[in-house]
Write a protein that binds this ligand. Structure first.
Ligand code: 5GP
Length: 179
């Protein structure tokens, strides 16, 4: 696996420290409130697990799976729900937890979909964001790291379903994806 990687972009230690910071802010923001955190499968599994364990308040957790239709690797913003929430979020404080925001089209759709269910509040926490790739402006309250417009893997993020279990975020060597 080591030779498939070009570089380590964000180490496990940096991720751990950042999630602890974000968790402290989230704890403060939702003090005294009932918070539901929603992870977007499959990429956000690691962030959800580690962020949730860093929170000192009791939260409930739910999951959504969506697929984004697009030409090739480009997300189109046309989204289909593969797995919906088990929870009715009307009147709930909801925090969407994402692994990465690229064009922002998927998240933008998700925000309007969940927003129409009348939650008491709806915010987003993402580990990674690619500012140069943004196609829509989204108000994201908590961002772990802004990264360059490069394809990354690890810590939940895959290339052809591989590399999700890497404990860090890295870039792939060109030979892996035929470059
Ligand atoms: P968006 O709608 O923001 O363009 O797409 C977001 C989704 O595209 C993410 O949830 C993720 O599944 C995928 N994605 C975007 N950039 C990357 C990347 O650099 N690496 C990986 N593995 N997936 C990415």
């Amino acid at each position: 696996m080591g030779t498939d990687l070009k570089s380590v972009l964000i180490t496990k230690e940096e991720i751990d420290a950042k999630l602890a910071e974000l968790a402290a802010e989230i704890d403060a923001e939702y003090a005294g409130k009932d918070l539901l955190i929603v992870g977007v499968l499959k990429g956000a599994v690691m962030v959800m697990a580690d962020l949730a364990r860093s929170l000192s308040s009791a939260v409930t957790m739910d999951w959504m799976a969506v697929s984004s239709y697009g030409a090739g690797t480009q997300s189109s913003g046309v989204v289909r729900i593969l797995k919906d929430l088990d929870t009715d979020i009307k009147g709930r404080h909801v925090l969407i937890v994402e692994d990465i925001i690229d064009s922002g089209l998927t998240l933008s759709w998700l925000l309007s979909n969940l927003g129409s269910r009348e939650p008491a509040s709806l915010e987003v926490c993402t580990l990674l964001r690619k500012p140069e790739a943004a196609k829509v402006a989204i108000d994201v309250k908590w961002i772990g790291f802004d990264i360059p417009n490069e394809f990354v893997v690890g810590y939940g993020l895959d290339y052809a379903e591989k590399y999700r279990n890497l404990p860090f975020v890295g870039t792939l060597a060109p030979h892996v994806y035929g470059g």
